[in-house]
Design a protein around this ligand. Sequence first.
Ligand code: NAP
Length: 306
Amino acid sequence: MSARFERVALIGLGLIAGSMAHAMRAGGLAGRITGHARSAETRATAAEIGLVDEVFETAAEAVAGADLVVLAVPVGAMADVAAEIAPHLAPGAIVTDVGSVKQAVIDAVGPHLPEGVHFIPGHPLAGTEHSGPRAGFASLFRNRWWLLTPLEGTDADALSRLEALIRAMGANVEVMEAPHHDLVLAVTSHAPHLIAYTMVGVADHLRRVTESEVIRYSAAGFRDFTRIAASDPTMWRDVFLHNREATLDILGRFAEELFVLQRAIRMGDGQHLHDYFTRTRNIRRGIIEAGQDTAAPDFGRGAGPG
Ligand code: NAP
């Protein structure tokens, strides 16, 4: 199955779309790449740095004649974009997205797309805290997972073509159902982001610790939280608003565990704390053994899933 598409349209020209453009070019995986972003500023930057072959003022113009269309906008913008491009999609085109939430995107995009267009939702588990047209790089997806959540009855050839492209960009593909994806990501990414946002907020509010002390003595734990909490506010607002149930479920469990640990500290139950931390250390080892992070003291930061 060929990994190459002759005409690729990227809607949204930020970190993920930009990384795809770089990776596709590096691997000779696209004939011509067109793009569109909402603001004139992003479009001008993308054109200036030659991120894609041609930048269009509208998404409708960008997708005309494309055999692959990638929706790489925040989750909350997917419905409007799908409605705009729908009448302009070429018959047989594959439409995919890279949104961090899957069921909400399926509900937002699916109803707009015409018969004969193959919609295959996806999510690369790769990202950084940087955003915008200059943030992308070709190796972002290397050895990362790219989850696909195809709908029932999806054309097998279309799925194989998209899988071939993703693998050629260096990622590993796994297929799963959208609700399961949303629960897995609530545990592995969405709830942890909220906890990081909260912890940085706590430090910000703590008057006894001056701002300069927080910055000067920022040890690995807090520093890591600040990196996560620097992620794009629009993207993360949309993630929480569109993966509400799963995130609230995980946060509820988190709060229960936190109370148990809080109680162990209050009661001086060292055995409980030691047992708990031993179990969590094994999870960390599992992640390193699976090749999804490094043992470096800064956690090998620079990449993390959205
Ligand atoms: P980003 O760097 O902030 O880029 C988002 C792009 O979407 C920008 O070019 C923005 O244009 C454009 N955009 C926003 N609303 C639009 C609209 N209504 N019409 C057209 N373009 C619009 O974001 P990103 O990190 O690439 O994220 C894109 C998607 O990938 C999101 O759905 C996110 O959930 C998902 N994702 C992100 C990560 C991550 O770690 N960052 C990882 C995996 C998946 P302007 O610049 O003009 O506003």
